[in-house]
Design a protein around this ligand. Structure first.
Ligand SMILES: Cc1cc2nc3c(=O)[nH]c(=O)nc-3n(C[C@H](O)[C@H](O)[C@H](O)COP(=O)(O)O)c2cc1C
Length: 422
């Protein structure tokens, strides 16, 4: 019978075998170390994320990077001009060392832990900050880096002098052959082909690599087979890992039978104990109906993003918080700062207004108030038990992982019923 456990993932130049389940990166610390370590422990691959790394370090390791930065740049708190705000490279390095280093020290089992690195975190100095993030991650001992949200044309070159450049695995997330082609061309200059390619379709969570107007015209099975064919034409043997809407073990096994190296999945893990979302957010994911899921352009990155329509991040009036965070600043501004100023200027008293155009994504992700999710979030309620108080039972990541690995015939196994809500 077709099931994930009949398959194993192998990377080029590595004769080890892995359970072909990769839990995708979910920033900010939604895919926690604990979630990634569970996947590694079970022989698969987990991701942490380096989004808002200074904030993650402050929360977990008692550092004060965020408040120190706010103090340093407090001069622009009441100004839309954020051009003086800069990240300190030593802070990025130390925060990365804390988060990734400690995760890697805790790793057990035969699987791997990767970090998801979004190019769109422009940090008012994309080049230098990205170079620091990538090299600090390698130096902190990460098993692999998944390059995401952007074309990453320079990323390989930024790492090529690192002593772990050929030892860590490096992969990219793309949504088309058109995006993959120039990346491969540039990677050749650094004598490095990626070790894996995640092909993310239009039903994924987080940001989408498609336009708002036509994302629904694309389909993962088609893009996946286009990428497979393209690599065959180029004589490249690189594992291809589809992502986005793979909800059951059978969905996953079908891709593996069609030539996928592994699958990347995320939404089904959002309601696990190990996931970093708040308990409130987990229940909000569970209660979602299909009509509650929308793709909108409120993210200042410029990419469409999928989320629940009742996310607190939509229509807020959060004062821009770039002095503390500022991960999406580019050339001294962010499209949220601009939208905020426009809404404020249009209000009668300069105080009573809401900003629907964009959202302060850094702050809302930090507070777990942007309920980003894959399209099938509304099926999560079918994977668990409803408790006496009306809430849904939270699952363990091991339960969900094993359900993907061993289930057949599109069945999803529910956990043993617990007596009361957690
Ligand atoms: C809550 C959430 C946050 C996400 N954050 C990121 C992210 O920070 N970077 C990224 O590349 N992908 C992100 N994704 C996408 C996932 O890594 C994954 O590729 C995708 O959601 C898989 O589809 P599925 O959720 O339908 O299984 C996120 C997805 C979710 C559900």
């Amino acid at each position: 019978m077709n099931k994930v456990d009949n398959f194993r993932l192998q990377f080029p130049n590595d004769n080890k075998e892995y359970v072909p389940i990769m839990i995708g990166g979910m920033g900010v610390d939604i895919s926690t170390s604990e979630l990634a370590l569970t996947a590694a422990n079970l022989g698969g691959i987990g991701h942490i994320s380096d989004a808002l790394i200074t904030d993650v370090s402050d929360r977990k390791f008692d550092t004060t990077f965020v408040s120190d930065k706010r103090k340093q740049f407090k001069g622009s708190l009441n100004s839309p001009d954020k051009s003086l705000i800069q990240f300190n490279m030593i802070d990025i390095r130390q925060a990365t060392k804390n988060h990734i280093g400690k995760t890697m020290e805790a790793k057990k089992g035969s699987g791997l832990v990767f970090v998801n690195c979004m190019e769109k975190l422009t940090m008012n100095n994309t080049r230098d900050t990205l170079k620091e993030r990538l090299n600090s991650a390698l130096d902190a001992g990460i098993d692999g880096i998944t390059l995401s949200a952007g074309l990453h044309l320079n990323s390989m070159a930024m790492m090529q002098d690192n002593k772990r450049f050929h030892d860590a695995k490096i992969g990219i997330i793309v949504s088309s052959v058109r995006a993959l082609r120039p990346f491969l061309q540039r990677a050749k200059r650094s004598n490095r082909v990626p070790d894996y390619i995640v092909v993310e379709g239009p039903l994924a969570g987080g940001h989408l690599g498609f336009a708002l107007e036509n994302w629904h015209e694309y389909s993962l099975p088609i893009i996946f087979s286009e990428v497979l064919n393209f690599l065959k034409e180029q004589n490249l043997n690189i594992p291809v890992i589809p992502a986005g809407g793979i909800f059951t073990g059978t969905d996953a096994a079908n891709y593996l039978a069609d030539g996928a190296g592994a699958v990347q999945v995320a939404t089904r893990f959002t309601i696990t104990e190990e996931c970093g979302l708040t308990n409130k957010a987990k229940q909000e994911y569970y209660r979602a109906e299909e009509d509650d899921v929308e793709v909108n352009t409120t993210s200042p990155t410029g990419y469409p993003m999928r989320m629940l329509r009742y996310s607190p991040s939509i229509g807020g009036k959060m004062k821009p918080n770039c002095e503390s965070l500022g991960y999406l600043l580019e050339n001294g501004t962010c499209s949220y700062v601009e939208a905020y100023e426009r809404a404020k200027a249009a209000s009668v008293d300069g105080k009573t207004f809401e900003v629907f155009e964009k959202t302060c994504l850094c702050t809302h992700m930090q507070l777990y108030q942007c309920y980003t999710c894959g399209h099938y979030v509304y099926r999560l309620k079918d994977t668990t038990n409803r408790l006496d108080d009306g809430s849904y039972q939270i699952l363990s990541a091991e339960h969900v992982f094993k359900d993907y690995q061993f289930s057949t015939e599109n069945k999803i196994s529910k956990p043993a019923l617990i007596a009361k809500a957690s």
